[in-house]
Design a protein around this ligand. Structure first.
Ligand code: ZN
Ligand code: ZN
Length: 310
């Protein structure tokens, strides 16, 4: 029998099962003991695979084709997840069990009760029996002979009578995802009760804007940092990074080639640092005097005129 490690997904195991069972089944001339041993093994392995998260590929679609049993939900992604890909943990419904709290009735037996209007609380209703040619009493069909109706729904299953069991799996984030695209997971691939549709939503980022094939990072740099610091700290997809301050003495954005989002063909776009040099709104008189001195000194050193970078 094959080792557990040979199967990366339930789907693979099921395929193997179907092939093997053909020859092993006693009805087809297989050995009964061997068959039972195989069934035991299959049960163990399939349980293991169901309970252990495995990485799952998803299909990217433009629209949903709602057919059969399906569930539709919104799946939120961060800009980093969309840009860099990787794996994302999601929950999928795998089984429905009868709610233990209400035994499947969906009602809260301990909760508020309403008087049955049909039998007026008498539990029985009077009817005319044709065979007996007379009146007879029958258990109230509305309250089932209780005389009252339970008014509150079970809080555990919210009145459904069933509890949906979930399992966590990891999906591979497809590269180049766009807002509004649909991710599709076939129920047979993940042994879910439903086909799963997820609409992609990208959460707003505090610094980054995800554009068609690049990331735009807008930032403000105080003027003295450009003059006094050798390096300026910026944030990239890979985290904080120091960039030589000479690149900030120019009018155009700084472009980090190939450091932007992964695109659907697997290559990375660019990362644009659109910076703005800022001057504080209020400058104290004392600071102004000091700046004036600095400017005086600067002009002295540049007798031939100042060549800015324009
Ligand atoms: Zn009744
Ligand atoms: Zn319940």
């Amino acid at each position: 029998m094959k080792d557990l490690n040979n199967f990366s997904s339930l789907q693979e195991l099921k395929h193997y099962f179907r092939e093997r069972i053909k020859s092993l089944h006693p009805d087809r001339g297989g050995n009964k003991e061997e068959f039972l041993e195989f069934m035991n093994w299959y049960e163990k392995v399939s349980k293991y695979l169901k309970n252990h998260s495995c990485f799952q590929r998803v299909e990217v679609k433009d629209t949903c084709s709602f057919k059969g049993k399906y569930l539709f939900s919104i799946l939120e992604f961060t800009v980093e997840e969309i840009a860099l890909g990787g794996f994302k943990k999601i929950k999928i419904p795998v089984e429905e069990k009868t709610c233990e709290a209400c035994k499947g009735s969906g009602k809260n037996k301990e909760g508020k009760k309403n008087y049955c209007g049909f039998c007026k609380g008498d539990r029985y209703v009077k009817i005319y029996d044709k065979r007996k040619e007379g009146e007879t009493f029958l258990k109230c069909p509305y309250c089932k002979g209780e005389g009252f109706l339970i008014a509150e729904v079970c809080s555990l299953c919210r009145g459904k009578g069933k509890i949906r069991e979930e399992r966590e799996i990891f999906i591979e984030i497809p590269l180049g995802l766009k807002e509004g695209k649909i991710l599709f997971l076939d129920k047979n691939l993940v042994d879910s009760l439903y086909d799963l549709y997820f609409e992609v939503t990208i959460l707003p980022h505090p610094f980054f804007e995800l554009r068609e094939n690049y990331i735009l990072y807008k930032c403000k740099i105080p003027f003295w940092e450009v003059i006094l610091k050798k390096e300026i700290t910026v944030v990239t997809l890979e985290g904080e990074e120091k960039i030589d301050s000479k690149y900030f003495i120019q009018d155009s954005p700084i472009i980090l080639k190939g450091r932007g989002p992964f695109l659907s063909h697997g290559k990375r776009g660019d990362f644009y640092i659109d910076f703005r040099i800022v001057v504080p709104l209020e400058i104290p008189e004392e600071s102004k005097t000091l700046i004036a001195k600095a400017v005086e000194n600067l002009l002295e050193k540049h007798r031939g005129g100042i060549n800015g970078n324009s």
